[in-house]
Design a protein around this ligand. Structure first.
Ligand code: NAP
Length: 288
């Protein structure tokens, strides 16, 4: 007889919850059981995407409606995780659920956010897939090869590692005390690129560049920068006045940016200082 798959309950089934549960269903890794979101309609829609044919899966409206499960994924927004864990503990505890595994997918928060469940003997983890989940449909197609940061109880990480590996995740460990800095690094590495690009495009338009040219500059420069960073590493990929140690050019440009947008100038100056430090030109050369 085929062995029953471990069961998975989902609290929160947006982009990340739907993606992971869909992949675990499709790969025959976990059996999705109960799905809870903020409304029965969205829970049903999520379930339609995750496992439309699963006979025992259910969209539910309240935590007490959820059956005991082997694994609980709390894929709600970060600010909701602690309250959901508290609610779950309030209901699963008195009901006498066998100790289960609970995890969330926040990059910045540790497994300690699920603490109320540890008092019931559950094992806890966080599993952060380093992917921009624009939608569940796109993420399902993009997931293979995604690095996944595991943190928390050793037993929970040992259980989650093969589950993520089975759907194409590339797992690595991060210590609980390092999670905030680890996530800040991901923010530095990805989230600021669109911000800087938007500023650059505003500045190009303000300097008279037509839209079509701005789009061409966007594509050429961004691709060029990514290719160079990947091929050479960030230090060797740095070009521009900071790479040349041209303090005078930086100061001149910063003044012009300040007249255009003072907030952008503060960023320009701070980033130029970091670029000069990286290029080994942090101190201005003595005047001849
Ligand atoms: N998006 C990313 O790129 C990404 C990447 C890595 C990790 N993460 C992490 O993954 C987690 C989920 O993010 P997401 O992007 O998937 O969020 P999302 O798309 O906004 O989905 C959140 C889900 O939680 C439900 N929800 C919200 N409050 C709830 C509550 N109190 N009780 C029950 N369900 C509730 C929502 O219900 P409705 O469907 O009814 O709105 C929705 O199904 C977060 O910890 C996030 O940091 C996100």
């Amino acid at each position: 007889m085929a062995q029953a798959l471990p069961t998975l309950n989902l609290i929160g089934a947006g982009r990340v919850g739907q993606t992971l549960a869909h992949l675990w269903t499709r790969h025959g890794v976990l059996q999705v059981q109960d799905v809870l979101t903020r409304s029965p309609d969205s829970a049903r829609a999520a379930l339609d995407f995750i496992a439309p044919d699963a006979p025992t899966a259910r969209a539910v409206a309240h935590i007490p409606d959820m059956r005991p499960a082997d694994i609980w994924l709390l894929a709600v927004p970060d600010a909701q995780i602690a309250a959901c864990a508290q609610d779950l503990a309030r209901h699963a505890g008195p009901r006498g659920d066998a100790p289960a595994l609970a995890f969330h997918c926040s990059g910045a928060q540790s497994a300690e956010l699920l603490m109320p469940l540890r008092d019931m003997g559950w094992s806890l983890a966080s599993a952060h897939p380093v992917l921009s989940f624009a939608s569940a449909q796109t993420a399902v197609a993009q997931f293979a090869g995604t690095p996944c940061a595991l943190e928390g109880d050793a037993a929970a990480c040992d259980t989650l590692r093969p589950l993520f590996t089975a759907i194409g995740g590339a797992c690595f460990g991060v210590r609980s005390q390092d999670k905030v800095l680890y996530h800040a690094a991901a923010v530095l590495g990805t989230n600021f690129a669109p911000v800087l690009q938007a500023l650059a495009e505003e500045a190009w338009r303000a300097s008279g560049m037509p839209d079509a040219l701005v789009l061409r500059l966007r594509e050429r420069l961004l691709r060029n920068a990514v290719d160079n960073i990947v091929a050479l590493g960030p230090q060797k990929a740095l070009t521009g006045p900071a790479a040349r140690g041209d303090h005078a050019a930086i100061a001149r440009q910063a003044d012009v940016v300040a007249a255009w947008d003072p907030q952008a100038a503060a960023a320009y100056r701070a980033l130029s200082d970091l670029a000069l430090r990286m290029a080994g030109h942090a101190t201005e050369p003595p005047q001849a």
